[in-house]
Design a protein around this ligand. Structure first.
Ligand code: FEO
Length: 411
């Protein structure tokens, strides 16, 4: 049975949710599933904004059929060519023989790479500022390359001031009837997943996100319709502000995230001691993760949020424990920068972990090391507590200096 909702007069949400999918891109855990949004504009001409993932094709096609009520589908606008939004293009071409595909040059290059059809007579190639009249409504196109793929564009419906923003402003987590963010407890239910989505999926492309935000700063926007997560029709400054913050690589909060790898608990012991001593000094909301337990996407989301990071790892096979190595390489690949970092290394006969962590972190921009690396020889000994206390003191001093500067509230 169709399941649609009007988001404005004559404009309908025709997407759906997948609560069963375990991993987004076969990589990121989805404890609450994911939503694939698509929107259908009914005017003199009919225009569908993107399609959905193959998992919910049946629901989606039924939704479109219901809203169209026998009318032809005139346009399919492809704002983003990643397959979680494109799985139904070929089926729509078959079902709606009059339908034209709207995209940019890169869109159609990718489309023909992913799929076997080639229908150039049905392509409408648009560029920055082009408009597509639909009747009383008009779509205007903004090219927003690398937010987060090179072909990405945003479509703006001029009469209602609605922005169809591709993956931007989207998040992990399925929808549960309430498709508008103001109908949800966004901070309680979606904010963490929004940050995890941004940092892991879009995070590498901060400068391109800033360029897009600057471009959109000149546009009157009353509603933002992303391809994942809730629609924004209220308090747009909130989510736009989050995107400004995240794309600037500035931490949202003064605070400490401790991340460790530990084979027999000795490195973990050091991290627990550091965390406990920081807590005793009044540091609040400390986060601590075991790389072998927590998926890196969650750790990266908190690294995006907090100012100070402490990494602890044993040497393994004369190198860095692979879970820590993978995490740090992923952080570097995502361009995380502008953080204060402290190190703990553990070894029994060969000291490599600290050097390798240092090398990876030094390849990242604006990383400042706080304190001397704390070195464990298999297990902490009582005579090392002075050095450990000094590292805690250095982290605390850095945190409080920054807190005073930023008038934050972490300590
Ligand atoms: Fe939701 Fe970049 O695809």
């Amino acid at each position: 049975m169709y399941c649609v909702q009007a988001i404005a007069s004559g404009i309908y949400w025709v997407g759906g949710t997948d609560k069963r999918l375990e991993r987004f891109e076969n990589m990121f855990p989805l404890p609450n599933g994911v939503a694939y949004n698509s929107y259908l504009i009914m005017d003199d001409k009919t225009a569908l904004m993107d399609t959905v993932d193959a998992a919910i094709s049946a629901q989606f096609l039924e939704n479109i059929e219901f809203v169209l009520e026998g009318r032809p589908l005139d346009y399919l606008v492809v704002n983003h060519m990643e397959p979680d939004h494109c799985a139904n293009i070929e089926e729509l071409l078959r079902r709606y023989p009059e339908m034209k595909l709207v995209g940019n040059k890169k869109t159609f290059q990718f489309m023909e790479q992913f799929y076997t059809f080639s229908e150039p007579d049905r392509y409408i190639i648009v560029k920055e500022g082009d408009e597509l009249p639909l009747g009383s409504r008009t779509l205007r196109f903004f090219m927003t390359p690398f937010v987060h793929w090179p072909e990405v564009m945003f479509s703006y419906e001029v009469s209602e001031s609605i922005l169809f923003s591709a993956d931007a402003f989207g998040c992990f987590g399925s929808l549960s009837g309430n498709i508008f963010s103001d109908q949800t407890d966004f901070e309680g239910v979606y904010l963490e997943e929004s940050r995890r989505y941004y940092s892991n999926i879009v995070g590498k492309y901060g400068p391109q996100v800033q360029t897009a935000l600057k471009k959109l700063g000149k546009v009157d926007i009353k509603m933002i319709c992303p391809l994942h997560g809730p629609v924004w029709r209220d308090n747009l400054d909130y989510i736009v502000g989050k995107y400004r913050q995240w794309s600037s690589y500035q931490p949202e909060k003064q605070g400490v995230v401790l991340v460790y790898a530990s084979m027999y608990g000795n490195t973990e012991n050091a991290m627990n001691l550091i965390a406990g001593k920081l807590a005793s000094r009044g540091v609040k909301d400390i986060r601590m993760y075991d790389v072998s337990k927590t998926h890196p996407s969650y750790i990266i989301a908190d690294a995006w949020k907090f100012s100070h990071l402490v990494f602890g790892s044993p040497t393994y096979n004369l190198g860095l424990y692979h879970g820590m190595q993978a995490l740090l390489h992923e952080m570097a690949s995502l361009n995380l920068q502008n953080r204060k970092v402290s190190l703990v290394g553990n070894y029994t006969w060969a000291n490599a972990a600290i050097d390798e962590m240092t090398d990876i972190l030094q390849s990242m921009k604006k990383i400042e090391f706080v304190g001397e690396p704390f070195v464990i020889h298999s297990a902490i000994k009582p005579e090392q507590m002075t050095d450990l206390d000094q590292l805690v003191e250095d982290i605390y001093a850095s945190l409080t200096a920054e807190t005073a500067e930023a008038a934050g509230s972490a300590v």
